[in-house]
Design a protein around this ligand. Structure first.
Ligand code: AMP
Length: 281
């Protein structure tokens, strides 16, 4: 595996691969890699000649400085996992390479409600920072395909909108959520869950499964109410459980009115904020 830290070195490599008609797949991450990330790497490897994974804990998407400081960093292990998977390239830039002095990386996108609902309500500025770094990384890597997880459903929706608005020459591929055996969605944050809270954290996926069984039978509003009640347990604090249209992310009042319906939730499990979602229709 090649490891590049400098933009200019990576770009020289990518240009030479593109000249040889090689297809480039790109998997952006913030590291602390787990099997969920590795499914994106596998998918990219099966569809491209070269897979580039980036690890960059992007400061501009953390609205809470404490969350940024506490974000797990396990670079040596990440390198080992990526090597085992046969990843061709790891891009591991220092912040100055991503945001060099004098380069304006801010975007002026028209997201409408997409970045204001759900996570947008609770993490102001998060999606602005996320879109900024994804655009900057796409400019640097210049991939044919971009692999992102359904785990961050709203993030993916916003990136899809950005690609459309800016007419970027990249195809976005959504990869399904990889879960632990008991249903908990894999996340870099899971290592911070205390053992008893970790055991109870299955309530998120169980509640989403229940919503999937209930959709079309009882109203989305009643499903949401039941879900919020299910999260009413010590040490758990739900921020939202919403049933939304899969494209607009607006609330669904009647399940027959939307072609694609997703349930999205964010819950504090002790000190750790967990997000999860499930496509209901
Ligand atoms: P992160 O490092 O958390 O920014 O995640 C990097 C990419 O991996 C994003 O596109 C995530 O949606 C995706 N991802 C994170 N967790 C999972 C999971 N459990 N299953 C599939 N993809 C995931």
């Amino acid at each position: 595996m090649y490891l590049f830290k400098r933009v200019s070195d990576l770009q020289r490599y990518i240009s030479s691969q593109r000249e040889q008609q090689k297809n480039i797949g790109f998997v952006p991450t913030m590291g602390a890699l787990h099997e969920g990330h590795l499914t994106l790497i596998e998918r990219s490897k099966s569809e491209n000649d070269i897979t580039v994974c980036s690890i960059f804990v992007n400061p501009t998407q953390f609205n809470d400085k404490k969350d940024l400081d506490k974000y797990p960093r396990t670079t040596a292990n990440d390198i080992s996992l990526l090597t085992q998977k046969g990843t061709e390239v790891l891009f591991l830039p220092p912040p100055i390479e991503v945001y060099p002095k004098g380069l304006d990386t801010k975007l002026d996108l028209k997201m409408g409600q997409l970045d204001k609902v759900l996570e947008g309500e609770f993490r102001p500025g998060h999606f602005e920072g996320m879109a900024q770094v994804v655009k900057r990384l796409l400019d640097i890597v210049n991939p044919h395909h971009l692999y992102m997880g359904q785990k961050d459903y709203q993030q993916l929706t916003i990136v899809r909108s950005m690609i459309k608005q800016l007419d970027l020459p990249v195809k976005l591929v959504m990869c399904p959520i990889k879960r632990e055996a008991d249903g908990l969605a894999m996340s870099s944050r899971n290592v911070r869950l205390k053992p008893d809270i970790r055991r109870q954290a299955t309530i998120l996926s169980q509640t989403l499964e229940k919503a999937k069984a209930q959709i079309g039978k009882i109203s989305p509003e009643d499903i949401q109410k039941e879900a919020m009640t299910a999260f009413d347990i010590p040490d758990f604090k739900p921020e939202y459980f919403r049933i939304v249209d899969g494209i607009t992310l607006l609330p669904v009042e009647d399940a027959s009115q939307s072609e694609e319906i997703v349930a999205c939730t964010a819950v504090w499990a002790g000190e750790v904020r967990l997000i999860d979602n499930m496509i209901l229709k």
